[in-house]
Design a protein around this ligand. Structure first.
Ligand SMILES: Cc1cc2nc3c(=O)[nH]c(=O)nc-3n(C[C@H](O)[C@H](O)[C@H](O)COP(=O)(O)OP(=O)(O)OC[C@H]3O[C@@H](n4cnc5c(N)ncnc54)[C@H](O)[C@@H]3O)c2cc1C
Length: 365
């Protein structure tokens, strides 16, 4: 069979499923994307959009290296995605300023050790050297300039439109119960509503819900579980935003170009409870107000929750589900870095599935 004879179903249309569909489609593979509800409305919408592990030394080095690969892919693929969709995703090199209470979080010392070891670029100084509006100007601070951000709700919109333009079929409101091997090399994806979809390959990319599909398909669960995260959104004048993403050790602040400021985030084991909590509201407001004086209660406009696909130390599962089950693949468990990891993981998976194909993007179509 040539790649042209293959049909892949991707189950789950968060950023991981959307990028998997994109990486396959630009290799000339026929792709159908299925989602339980509306694409990209779960964790991929709720996340902050930082493209870089924060802080990097607390993660498996694989995570940081894979995000570096993703940064190159984002730059290359977004040109095509934005042109096809007409949506600007605001991918930008914001830099990450690490600076917390010197007695509580030795962030700067930890960062200094890490940059020396990895030879990553950095600028070491005090808060006063980076932003004169920060309180506690004499606190040590370190800037990691190669941390990027993306406006993830816009990215989701852009990816949906770009995939339709490329000819991917997107089926919404179709929760999948299980995947079964049929006769020959075919797999059948069964929806809760009773529909069945046939494919030569299936990729399970259902974020925090991935284990439910594995179990219902008679496969061993991986241990992916929902880790709730809450965020606050402030609306400021663009001139009142911080110059960089800031991490204090207690939380982080992400400035958006139009004056929005995101403050995150909690990590909670509460199952799938979507209700924002008072406790998180107070905790995140404290981070905001002690770090950035412009973030006052009057400027607070929204609070939300999302369910990260929590999995071990943050290294996702990307590849065959089981060597004895040909055609059934997984791309899930990206935990706190799904936006940072999605392009490189999608590219790795597409290469593993179709080793003799390569991406074909025509920049000046
Ligand atoms: C508060 C918060 C802050 C974050 N900040 C960042 C950040 O700054 N940078 C970063 O890189 N990451 C961040 N993350 C993590 C990031 O959002 C996730 O790692 C990423 O979105 C996971 O993508 P996903 O596609 O695997 O999952 P999701 O986006 O959750 O998508 C899963 C999809 O599968 C669908 N689905 C579920 N069950 C079924 C089924 N049975 N059948 C069909 N479809 C199904 C869902 O409807 C959904 O659309 C943050 C997350 C949160 C919650």
């Amino acid at each position: 069979m040539t790649p042209m004879d293959q049909r892949v179903i991707v189950v789950g249309a968060g950023v991981v499923g959307l990028m998997t569909a994109y990486a396959l489609k630009i290799r000339g593979i026929d792709v159908v994307l299925l989602d339980a509800a509306t694409p990209g409305r779960e964790s991929s919408w709720a996340g902050g959009g930082i493209i870089g592990p924060v802080p990097p030394w607390r993660y498996d080095p694989w995570v940081e290296q894979t995000i570096c690969q993703s940064q190159m892919l984002w730059a290359a693929w977004l040109a095509d995605i934005e042109r096809r969709s007409g949506v600007a995703c605001e991918y930008q090199r914001s830099g990450l300023l690490l600076s917390g209470h010197p007695d509580h979080h030795n962030l700067v010392a930890e960062a200094s050790d890490w940059v020396k070891e990895t030879e990553r670029p950095f600028v070491l100084g005090h808060r006063a050297d980076f932003d004169k509006r920060l309180p506690n100007q004499d606190w040590p601070a370190i800037l990691l300039p190669d941390v990027y951000q993306i406006r993830n709700p816009r990215l989701i919109q852009a990816l949906g439109r770009a995939l339709l333009d490329l000819g991917v079929t997107i089926i919404t409101d179709s929760p999948i119960s299980r995947v079964v091997h049929s006769s020959g090399n075919q797999l059948t994806v069964k929806a809760i509503g009773g529909q069945s979809y046939l494919a030569t390959h299936v990729v399970i990319a259902a974020g925090a819900w991935t284990d439910d599909i594995l179990k219902a398909s008679g496969l061993a669960p991986l241990g992916i579980s929902p880790k709730r995260g809450q965020m606050l959104l402030y609306r400021l004048a663009p001139r009142d935003l911080p110059a960089h993403i800031i991490n204090t050790g207690q939380g982080y602040l992400i400035p958006r170009a139009d004056g929005h400021l995101l403050v995150g985030s909690t990590v909670e084991d509460v199952g799938y409870d979507y209700r924002p909590s008072e406790h998180a509201n107070r905790q995140l407001m404290e981070v905001a107000q002690t770090t950035w004086p412009h973030a006052t209660p009057d400027n607070l406009v929204q609070q939300w929750t999302g369910f990260r696909p929590g999995f071990g130390e943050g290294r996702p599962s990307v590849g065959l589900v089981d060597k004895k089950k040909p055609g059934l693949w997984i791309n899930a468990g990206h935990y706190r870095n799904g936006l940072g990891l999605a392009p490189a993981c999608a590219d790795h998976l597409a290469s593993a599935m179709f080793p003799y194909s390569s991406p074909n993007i025509k920049p000046n179509r």
